[in-house]
Design a protein around this ligand. Sequence first.
Ligand code: PEP
Length: 252
Amino acid sequence: MRNVIIAGNWKMYKDLSATSELVEGLKTRLASVPPRVTVVVCPPFTSLAAAGSMLKGSTMKLGAQNMSQHDEGAYTGEISWNMIRSAGCEYVILGHSERRQYFGEKDELINAKAKKALASSLKPIICVGETLAEREGGITDRVITAQVKGVLAGLTRSDMSSVVIAYEPVWAIGTGKTATPAQAQEVHQLIRKLISQMHDWPLAEQTVIQYGGSVKPDNAAELLSQNDIDGALVGGACLKADSFAAIVNAVK
Ligand code: PEP
């Protein structure tokens, strides 16, 4: 049975006091989770260190929402792997569709960031997903294939053991529209097949592939019960302790 990872992407929400309120709420509600379930919280950069100290001693892990592909230097406004690691991060979300859409991130850059994260012992949660126009144009498989091959290019078998993939159909993010469990399962199966072609089946079988896109307490159990869905990347519903904990508790 594969591990399950439920990650909360706080996006650009929560100042320091709201961060401590939410982390406290999660610590109370998620004091014990089954061993095969990993819970990751991904606050904004300004809250990472505070959340990192509050999470010490808890089973929840800390993640950042992005990082630079560079080690350090004159890159105003950027944040390095070392900075997020020193704040307590084990995970980093890379290539979120909002980074692709508003900040021009392409597969090649996301691949460079993934390589830097892996070389720095961070576990990248790498996002892929098609837009509504691409789905309606019947090219979902082609788009996902190009993205998966692009973002995972050159990663070794051992790199892959630390990689998490998040399938996030862009049309389902923050829109309240969720892919049906069957639609999500179909793409997850494709992603697993692509990983097996790039490496082998045993590796593909172990890779954690999360679904993201309007996951809520009332649809989580059905999505998570699909064969190839191994967790969730949650946006809106992770901003309240009750709803995020309910999604974690939906894992069977
Ligand atoms: C996300 O930001 O990764 C996401 C899936 O958002 P939402 O759950 O709000 O659709």
